[in-house]
Design a binder for this molecule. Structure first.
Ligand code: PLP
Length: 388
């Protein structure tokens, strides 16, 4: 069976060019970048070249890039690094109700260590109101952390506007741009953030490697303690092959992103429109235009997201759901609840995220397969019988 992968927001396949770039760093170019002999220096050179490429993609300086073990670590580092270094100034952090767990769980951890966290609500499209950020800032606020684009519903936040507010207030601003970098142009100086997290496996690089942009002169404590790697900010021997892979993925993204975003936007609209034409009583989650080019998230009345997801898998189509199934918890997605969906619609959500190898034929196949799947479940649904 030909499988159709439509879960690029979960992870992307590694680009063959990325694999090719990485391979020598497992074998003949294996040196530890901290060693002073040839092998070490060869790795060190690759590491610094990679740093330049990653920095270039987001308009940063080389020394403002800290390589990490993925997006989660970058987010943890940003929040804990700022919080513990700036306790003399205050203990208040502002974030949103729709952050990835990498941010929200770190906030809960910080709450246990004496920090106070404000979780700002979002509107029905998933947008944070910049004015609510302004109003939430107090004399004790040290950090605002608002994600760039949401991983579930794709909504893109008004990051530049929020950054103007944090700058005026003299508060650090972190953004989780894990779903954005490599898909949309990001320039840290244009948007005005102080910290920004990215992850290689969301842009056709390997898993377990990412980076945190830390603006020069930002006061932070180091996150992992040990050796002096990454200018004393992140100990541990660098994952040279992974970092080389991240850089190659960034290089490819820089060259292809604009065209790819246009192509994916067309596919996205075709899928979203096609589903809404073919299936009654469905709801498109997230903002209609301020959204990632590759994201379609729908809620289907009277049907469980998990059931649709499994039926699609049976037909060779990989999608995901914001309902309980993937996490094994009984709770529906916090993001869908935060945009005001009732629990039944939040449980009936299905996310399709497209990427480099998605074709118009793949979209046509989903449009052919999903409507009868929905019909089948609705015919059996006690919920639909009760409400009609
Ligand atoms: N932040 C967002 C918005 C994400 O979508 C993800 C991954 O799903 C992460 C952080 C975590 O990144 P990683 O898997 O590299 O730890």
């Amino acid at each position: 069976m030909k499988r159709i992968y439509l879960d690029y927001a979960a992870t992307t396949p590694v680009h063959p060019e990325v694999v090719k770039a990485m391979l020598p760093y497992f074998t003949e170019k294996f040196g530890n970048p901290s060693s002073i002999y040839h092998y070490g220096q060869e790795s060190k050179e690759a590491l610094e070249k990679a740093r330049r490429i990653v920095a270039d993609l987001i308009g940063a300086r080389d020394e403002e890039i800290v390589f990490t073990g993925g997006g989660t670590e970058a987010d943890n580092f940003a929040l804990e690094g700022i919080a513990f270094a700036n306790q003399d100034k205050g203990n208040h952090i502002i974030t949103s109700a729709i952050e990835h767990h990498a941010v929200s769980e770190t906030c809960h951890f910080l709450e246990k260590h004496g920090f106070k966290v404000t979780f700002l609500p979002v509107d029905k499209d998933g947008l944070v109101d910049p004015d609510s950020v302004k109003k939430a800032i107090t004399g004790k606020t040290i950090l605002v952390s608002i994600m760039y684009a949401n991983n579930e519903i794709g909504t893109i936040q008004p990051i530049e506007e929020i950054a103007k507010i944090t700058r005026e207030a003299g508060v650090y601003f972190h953004t989780d741009a894990v779903q954005t970098v490599g898909h949309l142009p990001v320039d840290v100086n244009k948007i005005g953030v102080d910290l920004l997290a990215l992850s290689a496996h969301k842009l056709y690089g390997p898993k377990g490697v990412g980076a945190l942009f830390v603006r020069r002169d930002t006061k932070m404590v180091s996150f992992i303690h040990g050796g002096a790697q990454e200018r004393n900010r992140r100990a541990s021997t660098e994952n040279v092959a992974g970092i080389v892979g991240l850089a190659k993925a960034c290089e490819i993204a820089a060259a292809e992103m604009d065209e790819e975003a246009k192509r994916l936007t067309e596919l996205r609209n075709k899928l979203a429109d096609g589903l809404q034409e073919r299936i009654e009583e469905i709801h498109l989650n997230g903002h209609t235009t301020l959204r990632l080019p590759n994201n379609v998230n729908i809620s289907v009345q009277y049907v469980e997201g998990e059931s649709m997801c499994l039926s699609l898998d049976f037909e060779g189509i990989c999608s995901s759901t914001g309902s309980a199934c993937s996490s094994g918890s009984a709770e529906p997605s916090h993001v869908l609840l935060a945009i005001g969906l009732p629990a039944n619609l939040a449980h009936g959500s299905l996310r399709f995220t497209m990427g480099k190898w998605t074709t118009p034929a793949d979209i046509a196949r989903v449009l052919e397969v999903l409507p009868p799947v929905v019909d089948k479940f609705r015919a059996m649904s006690p919920l639909i019988k009760k409400s009609r």
